[in-house]
Design a protein around this ligand. Structure first.
Ligand SMILES: *Cc1c(COP(=O)(O)O)cnc(C)c1O
Length: 413
């Protein structure tokens, strides 16, 4: 058999003696067709980006039209209709007065820009030394170096990279009175060094699918306001309906100072992300001094083809019943994953919106992934978690097949 790994270096993979990867040939709806002719039902929608299913005809048609007129043009000194329209629509959908949109090309860069904005916000206003970030245990904010420093320290191997990473402040999620007092005290102690608090609202995704309630998120926002530190909401995972509302912050009535979006922004068709700021943040950059401008500009920022996909994706949230679909998926995940709760080795079963997670005492991720694929399912356990983040358009029987595959495989292992 041909060795597919001759030149490719895979993500998050120990390459020594790793299995040959599966080769995808085409996608449609919630199905991935492999080059060998097999088909897999997809439970994770390509890292939860493909919220409308793969190859949605409206997204394809919009991208095709854009491809014919202008696949790309630089954003330095030029703007274009797809970006102008997308920025206005994002500002309209975002909570409160988040109205200034900075486009970037990936989620990690959206977080980098958010942190840069927060640090420079204080410098521009004449406050020196407010450069550190506070982030939460189990958080995940991207793989680039500055993002790694605000991820969970164990998961992102802070010990290994300690000579390189900026030292940030790790907090426990203020889920009750005792932890809220701790968080309050932490901000009181550190605020003169802190630029912003970073949070994944309601669900911490890649750090372990940990969930907190709206009251916790509200508490974080209130304590940030009390101690006058900026709040950055990283909705790259939870944005675009994943937790049941268009943005997760809505459920707590929270308006962060800065908001990051990515992943589902284009409906999974192509990479695009954005950092949104409220007017009071933006105003700190307005000056006669050119050095107070936001000094950032990815080469492919606001790529027109990606903006066309994102505009089409937003159309679909307006014309198709996405949030109702998420509510139905939530109910079905609760019912379908519940039988796992009693199984040996299962620590917890949690569901929020179109996110279902089964936490185990331990698991062999590569083996489980292989066994799911052998049975016709694309499910990618990581850490101690087996999870589903399906397309919102997944059919009822496809989702039922996915949840029963999880229950039956976990009952056997
Ligand atoms: C995926 C993710 C990122 C990073 O996005 P990339 O596009 O992979 O760089 C950042 N934050 C959260 C919450 C994410 O889920």
């Amino acid at each position: 058999m041909e060795n597919l790994l001759e030149h490719i270096w895979l993500p998050y993979t120990q390459m020594l003696n790793c299995r040959q990867p599966l080769q995808a040939a085409s996608t449609s709806g919630s199905v991935i067709a492999l080059a060998d002719g097999r088909e897999l039902i997809d439970g994770i929608a390509s890292w939860w980006t493909a919220c409308h299913g793969y190859n949605h005809p409206h997204i394809i048609a919009s991208m095709r039209a854009q491809l014919e007129t202008m696949p790309h043009v630089m954003f330095g000194g030029l703007v274009h209709e797809p970006a102008l329209r997308l920025a206005a629509r994002l500002a309209d959908k975002a909570p409160g007065d988040l109205s200034k949109v900075f486009f970037v090309d990936s989620g990690s860069v959206a977080v980098e820009v958010a942190m840069k904005m927060a640090v420079q916000y204080w410098l521009n206003r004449g406050f020196a030394g407010r450069s550190r970030m506070v982030s939460f245990r189990y958080g995940y904010h991207g793989d680039t170096m500055a993002c790694m420093a605000v991820c969970d320290p164990d998961e992102s191997m802070h010990a290994l990279f300690k000579d390189y990473l900026p030292k940030q402040i790790l907090a426990e999620m203020p889920v009750d009175d005792a932890s809220a007092q701790q968080f309050d005290a932490l901000l009181a102690r550190e605020k003169d060094h802190v630029a912003a608090v970073l949070i994944e609202p309601l669900v911490q995704g890649a750090g372990g699918m940990k969930m907190h309630d709206a009251a916790t998120l509200r508490r974080v926002a209130e304590l940030c306001a009390k101690h006058e530190v900026l709040l950055i909401a990283d909705e790259i995972f939870v944005g675009f309906g994943r937790t049941g509302t268009f943005f997760a912050c809505e459920q707590a009535g929270v308006v962060p100072d800065i908001l990051c979006v990515g992943k589902g922004l284009t409906g999974g068709a192509v990479t695009l992300a954005a950092t949104l700021a409220r007017p009071h943040v933006y105003k700190a950059f307005l000056s006669d001094d050119p050095a107070k401008a936001l000094m950032h500009g990815p080469t492919y920022m606001a790529n027109p083809l990606a903006c066309a996909a994102a505009n089409a994706s937003l159309d679909l949230f307006e014309t198709e019943p996405r949030l109702e679909q998420v509510a139905a998926i939530e109910a079905q995940l609760r019912e379908g994953l519940e039988p796992c709760r009693g199984l040996p080795g299962v620590v917890d079963v949690r569901v929020k919106g179109a996110i279902g997670a089964v936490q185990l005492a331990s698991l062999d991720a590569p083996r489980l992934r292989h066994e799911f694929a052998e049975r016709g399912f694309w499910i990618r356990p990581f850490g101690d978690i087996v999870y589903l983040t399906p397309a919102f358009t997944i059919e009822r029987d496809q989702l039922a097949a996915l949840t029963s595959a999880i229950c039956s495989l976990l009952s056997r292992s």
